[in-house]
Design a protein around this ligand. Structure first.
Ligand code: AMP
Ligand code: ZN
Ligand code: FE
Ligand code: FE
Length: 286
């Protein structure tokens, strides 16, 4: 079993990189990828613990792009996480969060909730501050009875305290990932705001033009039916197939590593195709 989409407390998960790796090992996973939002500062620790416990860790990242279908998340895999240009760009993306976050606090205050940005930042600790941290503070203070309720009522796109943030374009996101040797993958298509299947096909086609390498087919919120359709789409566009749970620890309490909501199964064989592609690409470069 493998899981190619996980978050640590370096972004909006609740487990440290070490804890994610150890949990994956306990759950008998063979490979995981660390894909924090807009930050790669958890990768080094995860790689080191992975070596210690004998679990393969793929360095990754997840960034948001503005598409005509709303915010599109792009995953990057096998990136050079130490690259200075990448780190600078990610820092800039985090600064867009810094512009947005105090505005969310203000909106929530206007709605009558007593909370400060310092409290949110304390909750987030080191790293990338995201909406799940707002939800977690609201839950702690008894303003909502679950993280999901905080999103549904206040934080999700279009809700009362939602504030948009500046993002990359899909082309820029793909380019940023590939510039540091990575594979660029369209995350969880279910989250996109699309009219129908033809619309999805068109969007994927556009991203393929920009160089998209893969599609996240296996995902905690994808039905078996959608998974089948995405597999077919990936085959038609010759895209690599990826899969992950989007583990966030207690910030998504129903989703666990590897198994998602309990019925996710991501075939380890996906990695064969992915690695073959990487080998071919490095041969072409030589
Ligand atoms: P942000 O990085 O601040 O835009 O927050 C993005 C994160 O919030 C995602 O990775 C999810 O963990 C979570 N999230 C976004 N939309 C929802 C939603 N409608 N319900 C629950 N969680 C969500
Ligand atoms: Zn997240
Ligand atoms: Fe995402
Ligand atoms: Fe994610």
């Amino acid at each position: 079993m493998i899981d190619l989409h996980t978050h640590t407390n370096i972004s909006d998960g609740t487990h440290s990189p070490e804890a994610v790796v150890r949990r994956a090992k306990e759950k008998n996973l063979s490979v995981i990828a660390i894909t924090d939002h807009d930050i790669v500062d958890g990768v080094a620790e995860a790689l080191q613990i992975g070596q210690e416990v004998g679990l393969r860790v793929i360095p990754g990242v997840e960034v948001s792009a503005d598409s005509r279908a709303g915010a599109m998340h792009v995953l990057g895999y096998f990136i050079d996480h130490q690259d200075e240009t990448l780190r600078r760009t990610l820092k800039e993306l985090r600064s867009y969060r810094e512009e947005r976050n105090p505005k969310i606090v203000r909106k929530l205050n206007e709605l009558g909730f007593d909370l400060t940005y310092d409290e949110i930042k304390t909750k987030a600790g080191y790293g990338s501050v995201g909406r799940p941290h707002f939800a977690a503070v609201m839950l702690e203070k008894g303003y909502v009875s679950s993280i999901q309720e905080a999103f549904d009522k206040y934080l999700k796109a279009g809700a009362a305290a939602y504030i948009d943030k500046k993002r990359l374009t899909p082309a820029n996101a793909i380019e940023m990932i590939q510039a540091v040797g990575g594979l660029a993958v369209m995350a969880h298509p279910i989250r996109l705001k699309l009219k129908d299947e033809a619309d999805l096909e068109q969007l994927v086609g556009e991203c393929v033009e920009y160089g998209l390498d893969g599609l996240e087919v296996y995902y905690s919120d994808h039905s078996p039916e959608l998974t089948r359709r995405l597999l077919d789409l990936a085959r038609r566009f010759e895209l690599l197939v990826f899969g992950g749970s989007d583990f966030h620890g207690q910030n998504k309490p129903h989703i666990d590593l590897g198994v998602g909501r309990g019925n996710l199964h991501i075939p380890a064989s996906l990695l064969c195709a992915i690695e073959q592609h990487l080998r071919q690409r490095s041969e072409i470069k030589q």
